[in-house]
Design a protein around this ligand. Structure first.
Ligand code: U2P
Length: 273
């Protein structure tokens, strides 16, 4: 009887240990991240490169997008690297159905090609961001819904488009702004140094960073792996930068007509009125 009891209790202990290890090991494969990066994209820079349209591409909407859109919320390490694809929790669109209007508006894909998923295949930008980055934000972020809701909340709370407009930094094709002026405008309102990514002198991304309790913190410069001063914090950007506007190619309207864009002098398909 005593021996049966001993056997049973060792079996129960082994069972408990194996359950708890198997549930934690999915998270334990990569070390816990240090901080969050909220990566925002400037459609004016990305959509100016659009040559082909499709319904899933935000650049192809009849009204151009005139605000920063979401790229992702990334769980990063202080040394400038980041974990990725931390679990097999695949993206399930049903779990974020209630957030769809906001996701479509503020987190659209700006490309026609679909995004890579972690364990094979392709999907929407949301699948890529959740599987690659969201699954690595445990234990701060608990699940897929939490990842998207938290990201949308941060995006709404720190409206960088409005912060820049209030500082007199508006979208315009001819205006050039001092990099330091843009960084300072964000720093003054947000309370920490952002990171800018440029393409040919135009802002492509603006990233703001958070501690794990979502208090603002300085971003880490990817290229140097060091905390840098403002002038070096956005090394892909020149001293003067722009926030360009773009003319959308419109998808799917066969009554559209080809017109020459004044700015690019290229033919573009636009919807007829
Ligand atoms: O910068 C190129 C791509 O690398 C990933 N990235 C970059 C910086 C960072 O701090 N964290 C990070 O994950 C992004 O990959 P994506 O999510 O686009 O696959 C970024 O676009």
């Amino acid at each position: 009887m005593a021996s049966n009891l001993r056997h049973f209790s060792s079996f129960a202990l082994a069972l408990i240990l194996s359950i708890s290890f198997s549930s934690s090991s999915v998270w334990a494969s990569q070390r816990e991240f240090d901080y969050f990066v909220l990566a925002l994209q400037w459609p004016g820079t990305i959509c100016a490169q659009t040559r082909h349209c499709c319904s899933s591409n935000g650049c192809c909407r009849s009204e151009p997008i005139t605000y920063f859109t979401l790229h992702g919320l990334w769980a990063d390490y202080d040394d400038g690297t980041w974990p990725s694809c931390c679990t097999h929790a695949g993206f399930d669109i049903n779990k974020v159905e209630s957030l769809m209007p906001e996701l479509q508006k503020y987190w659209p894909s700006l490309y026609c090609t679909s995004s890579k998923r972690c364990f094979g295949g392709k999907g929407p930008i949301w699948a890529h961001e959740w599987e690659k980055h969201g699954t690595c934000s445990y234990p701060v972020i608990q699940d897929e819904y939490d990842y998207f809701a938290t990201t949308l909340n941060l995006y709404t709370k720190y409206n960088v488009t409005r912060i820049l407009e209030n500082a007199g930094i508006d979208a315009a094709n001819s205006a050039k702004y001092l990099l330091g002026e843009v960084v300072s405008a964000i720093k003054n309102e947000f309370g920490a140094t952002p990171l800018l990514v440029c393409r040919h002198g135009s802002v492509e991304e603006l990233r703001i960073c958070f501690n794990k309790d979502f208090s603002p913190r300085d971003c880490v410069n990817e290229s140097s792996n060091l905390m840098e001063d403002v002038s070096k914090s956005s090394s892909s950007c020149p001293r003067y930068i722009s926030l360009p506007t773009y003319e959308p190619l419109v998808h799917g309207d066969l009554r559209g007509k080809l017109v020459t864009s004044e700015r690019t002098n290229m033919y573009r398909l636009v919807a007829s009125a």
